[in-house]
Design a protein around this ligand. Structure first.
Ligand code: PBG
Length: 344
């Protein structure tokens, strides 16, 4: 039989006895008090906008699995850079879509000073010098097998891949890139790129290392965006970090700092907040997260179905990065967020 009655409290102790009078809801009672005690803020200064560049003119190709994102010809990329600058977004990160005919075993087109990455950098810096340009130093858009390294007898050969990416990084700097972002996880690439940049007079070009890049299924839509989806043979498990590992990620971050990285990145983002937190706490250096294509696609898809409030989830997910310790976030939501922040 139920011995509780409405008249008698279920517990003899009052709430004030239980809490000792500490009532955390007091500061949550109104919008003004919540704003007053808010610990983390997302601002436009936190945003890096990844964009996809391609050959041609006046082209904007929608990316199916990334609603709201486009592959852009260089002239259109310049337009978007102008828009980003107007919105106050500090930097863009470019990723190239390379035509199939230009891809080969070693990704040699990355060494063409006139490839679409370098032309986009020059055009953007020419038109909008005040915006930061970050270039992706990795072979995968340029290889006919979709790997980030040179493939020989089924093996990704580290040192040759480093040499190729290092030469490409110098060309990217010469085109005007402000930050080189090596995303391939080859051993020794940060130190090699730092030395080569310095030897070629690019002391002021920074390196944002994809220091902790995990072997992840969240990159799916990106491979569609750069056209390597059906191309990639096998997986990237011999060079990206096993997604079950934390200590290994810390060793990668430590190593990249020792080799000369100016900024560290954790990728993917939201499923790896523990890594972000530990990296920031341990090294206290500029730390960034990449909210990758799959994370973006999931939010967009659920929102399109009416299953979540897309705008609120967008802001909540980005604020989570700040709470975890990020100094900034690479996100495909950047222009939308910047517009909403501006509107207030
Ligand atoms: C590879 C690279 C990847 C992304 C950017 N550069 C991962 C991959 O294709 O394996 C992913 C970005 C995203 O998913 O948004 N160098």
């Amino acid at each position: 039989m139920n011995t509780f009655s409405r008249e008698k409290p279920a517990s003899k102790r009052s709430v004030d006895e239980i809490t000792g009078g500490r009532r955390l809801r007091r500061m949550r009672k109104a919008d003004w008090s919540r704003r007053l005690v808010r610990e983390n803020h997302l601002t436009v200064d936190d945003l890096i906008w990844p964009i996809f560049v391609m050959e041609g003119e006046n082209r904007r190709e929608p990316i199916e699995a990334m609603p709201g994102a486009f592959r852009l010809s260089v002239d259109q990329a310049v337009k978007e850079a102008e828009r980003a600058a107007r919105l106050g977004i500090p930097a863009l990160a470019t990723f190239p879509h390379i035509e199939t005919g230009r891809r080969d075993r070693t990704g040699s087109h990355i060494l063409d000073p006139e490839n679409v990455t370098n032309r986009a950098t020059r055009a953007i810096k020419d038109a909008v010098p005040e915006i930061g340009v970050i270039t992706d130093a990795a072979l995968d858009p340029f290889t006919d097998h979709g790997h980030d390294g040179i493939l020989r007898d089924g093996v990704i050969v580290n040192d040759e891949s480093v040499a190729q990416v290092t030469a490409a990084a110098v060309l990217q700097a010469a085109a005007g890139a402000d930050i080189i972002a090596p995303s391939d996880m080859m051993d020794g690439r940060i130190g090699a790129i730092r030395s080569a940049l310095d030897e070629n007079g690019f002391q002021d070009v920074a390196i944002m290392s994809y220091a902790t890049k995990f072997a992840s299924a969240f990159y799916g839509p990106y491979r569609d965006a750069i056209g390597t989806k059906g191309v990639l043979k096998g997986d990237k498990n011999t060079y990206y970090i096993d997604h079950a590992n934390t200590d290994e990620a810390m060793r990668e971050a430590e190593q990249d700092l020792a080799e000369g990285a100016d900024m560290l990145m954790v990728k993917p983002g939201l499923p790896y907040l523990d890594i972000i937190h530990r990296v920031k706490e341990t090294f206290q250096v500029p730390t960034f997260a990449y909210q990758v294509s799959g994370e973006y696609a999931m939010i967009r898809a659920a929102a399109a179905n009416g299953w979540i409030d897309g705008e609120r989830v967008m802001f909540e997910s980005l604020t989570a990065f700040k709470r975890a310790g990020c100094d900034g976030i690479l996100t495909y939501f950047a222009p939308e967020v910047a517009e909403k922040l501006k509107a207030g």
